[in-house]
Write a protein that binds this ligand. Structure first.
Ligand code: NAD
Length: 347
């Protein structure tokens, strides 16, 4: 693990095996400098354990950066469970996972991520108090996606302001990849603002629903990169900005909620050279973790969430302005600010 190229001085990487339930999980804690680590749990059928470890290392570091940029009192951590989320879920597995989280005594707070829903976290929460994103309880914050989408929409406006000289999205064409939770809510905000939408998804039901609500035009998944649009908003998969897709994009802005949009960080410079302004993913999509942090604080307050979300969008503006002034890629500027915040807390 120490030789893994994604190892970044993580404070701890904890391996759990529960023979009875079949749980095999890793909880990686990148940093607790800013507070107890927090980050969702991902359930994925990894091809091998090295891929699993790499994912845990990379995702937990990403959470440190995301939480630092969101100005919440949390470090970064992430849990990964090895298994197929469609076929391998049992109550025993999530109870064992809850005990694993509990054994870290609050150094790590869990919530939902890919493959994990509120029902799973609620089972884990029967074994630990260090679980959030719940639907019941005094401070329950529920599904974070609407807050993530609110931040993504405001972030798109801020990026448009710098790219087009106005944050008015009326008449702008936005190509939206993925209309699930985050992409669906974001599309509705965009339509309300008068944007023309072109949407894609592999889920025909979700597509039909959002098209009906927003009047969006539907294209096939692979066609989304070729759309004549002003803005590309990725809200599905990671690693979708690569050499091939960048050549095809005709937009001036990339801004959406998906995690890890650049195939490698170095793509940021190629995006910049292509004349596209990219809103760094872990900055623009921090609304969800802000909502979770409000629950972890013990007394959920909508006013606190709104204030943090506004500060986050101001931070996004600072990142974009710094990058434009210095001629550097936006993701590099964001990384630098996040690292500085973590280093200051450590010091
Ligand atoms: P979701 O599962 O509700 O939605 C994802 C959508 O993408 C689904 O409708 C799915 O069918 C679609 N999709 C999958 N493959 C596709 C493809 N090849 N082409 C087009 N569409 C495809 O998930 P979500 O919660 O909306 O999350 C979306 C992204 O945002 C993820 O990258 C996630 O990590 C990130 N994110 C989510 C939150 C949150 O609050 N939910 C917070 C931060 C980041």
């Amino acid at each position: 693990m120490f030789d893994n190229s994604s190892f970044d001085n993580h404070e701890g990487v904890h391996f759990f095996n529960d023979e009875k339930s079949g749980l095999r999980a890793i909880i990686a804690i990148h940093s607790t400098a800013l507070g107890p680590s927090s980050g969702g749990t991902r359930m994925w059928d990894y091809p091998d354990s090295v891929s699993m470890i790499t994912d845990a290392l990379r995702l937990s570091q990403g959470m440190s950066y995301k939480n630092a940029m969101a100005s919440i009192p949390h470090g970064g951590g992430k849990a990964v469970i090895w298994g197929n989320s469609k076929t391998d879920k049992t109550e025993a597995l999530f109870r064992a996972f809850g005990r694993a989280v509990d054994s870290l005594q609050g150094q790590y707070w869990t919530a939902e991520d890919v493959g994990i829903d509120t029902a799973d976290i609620e089972i884990a929460a029967q074994e630990t108090k260090f679980a959030a994103g719940l639907t019941t309880g005094a401070a329950a914050s529920g599904d974070p996606s609407p807050v993530t989408a609110r931040g993504v929409f405001k972030g798109i406006q801020q990026t448009a302001l710098r790219a087009f000289g106005s944050d008015d999205l009326n008449g702008k064409t936005v190509a939206v990849q993925g209309v699930g939770s985050v992409g669906g809510y974001t599309s509705q905000y965009l339509a309300e603002a008068g944007a023309n939408l072109v949407i894609t998804d592999i889920d025909q039901e979700a597509l039909a629903d959002i098209a009906k609500r927003t009047g969006a035009k539907i294209v096939a998944p692979d066609e989304i990169y070729d759309v004549e649009a002003d803005i590309f908003s990725p809200n599905a998969l990671g690693a979708i900005i690569n050499e091939d897709t960048l050549k095809r994009l005709k937009v001036k802005v990339i801004a959406g909620g998906a995690n890890n949009q650049l195939v490698v960080p170095a793509m940021g410079e190629f995006v910049r050279r292509a004349g596209i302004l990219y809103a760094p993913d872990y900055v623009i999509n921090g609304g969800g973790i802000i909502n979770v942090a409000a629950e972890i604080s013990g007394s959920y307050s909508r006013a606190w969430v709104d204030q943090k979300l506004d500060t986050l969008i101001e931070t996004l503006g600072t990142v974009l302005d710094d990058a434009l002034e210095s001629g550097r890629p936006t993701n590099e500027v964001a990384d630098e600010i996040a690292r500085a915040r973590i280093a200051a807390a450590k010091a």
